[in-house]
Design a binder for this molecule. Sequence first.
Ligand SMILES: NC(=O)c1ccc[n+]([C@@H]2O[C@H](COP(=O)([O-])OP(=O)(O)OC[C@H]3O[C@@H](n4cnc5c(N)ncnc54)[C@H](O)[C@@H]3O)[C@@H](O)[C@H]2O)c1
Length: 248
Amino acid sequence: MSRLKNRVALISGAASGIGRATAERFAAEGATIFAVDLQEQALAETEAALREVGATITTALCDVTDEGQVREVVQRCLSQFGALHQLTNMAGILRFDHFHELSLADFEQVQRVNVTGTFLLCREAVPALLEQQGNIVNAASTASLQGVPWGAAYAASKGAVLAMTRAIAVEYADQGLRANCVCPADIKTPMTSPTFPEGADLRKLGRLRSMTGVRGPEVVASVIAMLASDDGAHITGEHIRVDGGALA
Ligand SMILES: NC(=O)c1ccc[n+]([C@@H]2O[C@H](COP(=O)([O-])OP(=O)(O)OC[C@H]3O[C@@H](n4cnc5c(N)ncnc54)[C@H](O)[C@@H]3O)[C@@H](O)[C@H]2O)c1
């Protein structure tokens, strides 16, 4: 499939997990990739893997919580490729704490990466995306939709990402810009080997488990590619669970 031919996509969190798998999938569908992350070595591995299959890719180190860095990478992408058609925000962090022990600093750090980082990239990219009638896919979570024990900071952030994405979708729908979320669960990535707090009774995770087992990040990347392509042309303000039926 070449659904993303002649499209430029900026992907955050592209050094690992779902972000890297999305870069690979988008490249396989013909997109030009501008990949950003904090992790220098791992980002270089994403770049090397994509170049090996003939993809056009540029990478840039970027802390998505830093307004200046975010502005700079969006501008670099535009000056290098001349346009931006698609933004995928996959940069994110997860932590588990007993709620009553969650420090303000840790709570705020999760909001800063997951919410502020997503906000900054969306805000900087929207003017360019509007020019192309492009689209955004953000990383929400099943934690946006159902209670997750020990995950208050993460759940608050992912609820915010979902709400923000809907707001963007409604605000710009009449100008042809679409914005959607994926809500993954049980996708095997470095993020899903979390440390649970001491004494956590894992039975409380209950139905939050996928019924089809743990899957690789490519199962989310394929859904993101659909939303990013014209196959998703009539989908905006939507979230799609990619959770193996966990919340079915
Ligand atoms: N894996 C799952 O089951 C799952 C479930 C629900 C939601 N998600 C969401 O999907 C997204 C991708 O998760 P993943 O599982 O691929 O995790 P991952 O840890 O493999 O990848 C996250 C990437 O984000 C990058 N990152 C973190 N902070 C950053 C910052 N400040 N600036 C730039 N980059 C930063 C990391 O370096 C890493 O490469 C996340 O937003 C996550 O919350 C994942």
